[in-house]
Design a protein around this ligand. Sequence first.
Ligand SMILES: *Cc1c(COP(=O)(O)O)cnc(C)c1O
Length: 402
Amino acid sequence: MCRNGDLGRLDIYYDYEALSRAVDRSEISSREFYMWRYAEFLPVPSREYVVSLMEGGTPLIRASRLAEKLGLKNLYIKDETRNPTGSFKDRSMSVSVSMAKYFGFKRAVTASSGNAAAALAAYGARAGIEVYAFVPDFAGYGKIAQLLLYGAKVFRVRWIESEDPTVKIMRILVEHGFYPSPSFGPFNPYQIEGSKTISYEVIEQLGWSIPDHLFVPTGSASLLTGVYRGFYDWNAVGWIDGYPKLVAIQPEGNYPFVRAWLERVPPDPDAIRPWEKPPETIATGLEDTYPWDGDYGLYALYETNGYGIVVSDNEILEAVKLLARYEGVFAEPSGAAGLAGLVKAFEQGYVDRSDTIVVLVTGHGLKDPEVIAKSVGEPPVINPDVEEFKVKAYEHYKLRLE
Ligand SMILES: *Cc1c(COP(=O)(O)O)cnc(C)c1O
């Protein structure tokens, strides 16, 4: 069966010869630090079409306390929670909506577990393009509230079979003239162009060097593909030489992409089997039962000598806590899955203590406050009384206060 039907990949390549003559890397580094400083490497034909909320330009945090806790030496967090709507999807949707504006579309449609739709809704609002969002019926309300506030027309779609019903309805509307803007490649080739700028930034922030490993939470594998393409572009213009090992992390309750890697299937969309059941994980951004960019994603793992890691929901929650308590970074479960993957990869011997490691933290914790609330429980209630305070401090936090 051909899973993509009549869809094929459309990947965007640039005239790298011409670019390497026209653009100077130190000149790029002197521009304002946000995604559009890389305009020459983005597909939008002219500045007048750019729809931006100042996405990108996110910090690469040297995570020294966390590194010490884990026994590592060179650990960095690329904090994508700082984007305008709270996830890296803003990069993708900024490019996508700019292209919709260029093409003259008035309506856009997306199938999403939340963050892609939220980003599309925000950029649609900024561009004056109407947004229709189909989300799974189990999507968290935090994400849906964000969509509704941005003015998107939101529909929860019942998920009964393994085939993603949000994609099904989106494909029908595309036949009716809506601009397709989900976050994965075969429906919209511009997504990857946005997420690749994460790699550009990491390279610049590491002083034009390449990390040894880069950990990427993975759903449809579009982010993974984009991250690979960022390194690809700058190898092609001769600004860097080589790639990090790319690492794809998926949750135990849905890992069709990592399963394909474990089975070493060829990088071909028909060789990747969709997950047989509806996804079961707290990482709601990683629920794609079929990795739409899995073919290129597998290619990226094979080419970079990378690997896949499967993590449990508990390991993800543990990573959420580690990020918050050791580095002050508040991530949603999907956003912290990369760190859960690193912990496991280190245990399993994939990673050396002194390797330079970058973990992408992809989405903000306030996206999914219900999940977080469940994992931390309730604080004690006291009177303003020091004795009671001491008793409860011990009962609840095991603190002995003199
Ligand atoms: C979408 C998303 C991912 C995964 O990206 P894919 O391109 O689907 O692989 C990871 N983390 C968060 C927070 C996301 O919203």
